[in-house]
Design a protein around this ligand. Sequence first.
Ligand SMILES: Cc1ncc(COP(=O)(O)O)c(C=O)c1O
Length: 433
Amino acid sequence: MLYERKTPTSKRIFERAYKVIPGGICHNIRYFPPYPFYVEKAEGPYIWDVDGNRYIDFWMGHYAHILGHNHPLISHAVSNFIKEKGFHFGIPNEWEVELAELIQELVPCAEAVRFCSSGTEATMYAVRLARAYTGRNVVVKITGGWHGASTDLSFGVSYPFDLKETLGVPDCMEAYTRFVKFNDIESLEKVIDEAGSDLACVIVEPVLGVGGFIPAEKDFLLKLKVSVEKLDAILIFDEIITGFRLSLGGYQKVCGVIPHIATLGKVLGGGFPIGAVVGKREILDFGSWERKKPLRVLMGGGTFSCNPVSMVAGVKILNFLKENESYVYERLNSLGDYLRKRISEEKFSFQVKTTGISSLFMIHFVKEGNLNIKCAEDIVNNTFWELRDTRFRVYMAERGFYLVHAGGAISLSHEESHIDAFVEALKDYTLKV
Ligand SMILES: Cc1ncc(COP(=O)(O)O)c(C=O)c1O
C-alpha cells in the first residue's frame, strides 16, 4: 500500500503508541486504518509528517485555525509573552477581561462571559446553568450533534443513533436527554411538548458540525426559539465551530436568531485551548461566587482556565478578525463557494454531494438519486459515509491531503490552487464500497 510505503516512521511510532495508549490514540477520530501519520511541523495550509511528507491540511486543528497553521501574528505574540511574562498563573490576568470585553462587543447574545479550557466543559456548564436557572431536568439535543463527551450530552451522536453512545453513563441519565432530527421542526416541537414543564433547554449547533456541516433552516431556528420560550426554557447555540468562523458574531449574527446562551471555543483561542459560556447575565450570574451554596452553579474550568497564553492568543485573533472583518469573511466565503462550485461542475465516476457554508465543507458519496441533505439521518441512510474515514482518508493522505469526515475548514492561508489540486485528486478516486 502506497500509504505504508510513504509513512514507515509513523508506523513505528504507532506500534510504540499501541503498547502504551489504548488503541494507540488519545482521541479516536484521529485514528484511521491502518495507522495515522505523526506530525512533525505545520505552517500555513501545510503539515509535514515525521517521514517528511507534506500534506495540504483541511482539518486545521479540529477547525481551530482560521489563519492557517503557525501564523506569525499568534506565534510571535505568544512566544514574546512567554519569554517576557510567563505562561500560567492561575490568578486573574487583564487579558481575560480584554477577551471577555471583545466577545461581549462582538457576539449578540453575550451579555456576560465565563471562560473554561475546552468546548466540552463549555457545553457541560451551559447545560448545568440551564437546569439550575429553570429548576428542570430535560435536555433536548439534535441527532448527530456533537458537543464534546460530557455525560449529559453523550446521546445520539453517531450512527446507529439509538444505540447507547457510551458505556459508563447510568441508564437513569437517559431519561433526561432526548434527541431529535435536525431541521425537523415538527418532531422537535413534539419532543419539546412531551418534555413540557420539565424542559430545561434545547442545545443545537446552528450549523450542524460533525453531523454533516448542514446549516439550519432559518424557520427551524425561529420556530425553535418560539417553542422553547413558550415553556420558559433556555435555547443554547453551540457555536464552538461556527463562532468567529462564519461571522464575527457567529451564526446567530448571520441568521438573526439570538439564543439565551451560546458556547464558544476553537477559533476563539487562536489555536490554544479554550472554551467559553456566554449569554444572558441573569443566567450566567448563577455561576458567580456571590451566590452561596445551594443556590450556586459549580462552574469554573479548573487549573488552566483563563490561562494567559490562550487569552493573549484570543485577543490577538479577535482583534485581527475585527480589523479585517470584510476581507476575512468575504475571502472565506469565496474560497468555500469556489470549492463547492468546482465539485458541482466536475465529472466524477461516483455521485458526490457537498454540504457546508462559507469555509466549512463536507463531501458525501451518494448512493443513488438527487439527495437533499437536511439532517444527519439523510447522510447515514443515503451515502457511503463509512468510507470517509477509512479508504478515502488514506487515499487522500497518499496524495498529500488531510481531511477528516471527508471535509474540513478552509483557512485564510489556503488558495484556490490548493482547492484545484484537491478536486483533481478527487477526480481520480474510485468508489469501491
Ligand atoms: C460543536 C462542538 N461542540 C463542542 C465541541 C467540544 O469542544 P472541545 O473539543 O474543545 O472539547 C466540539 C469539538 O469538536 C464541537 O465541534
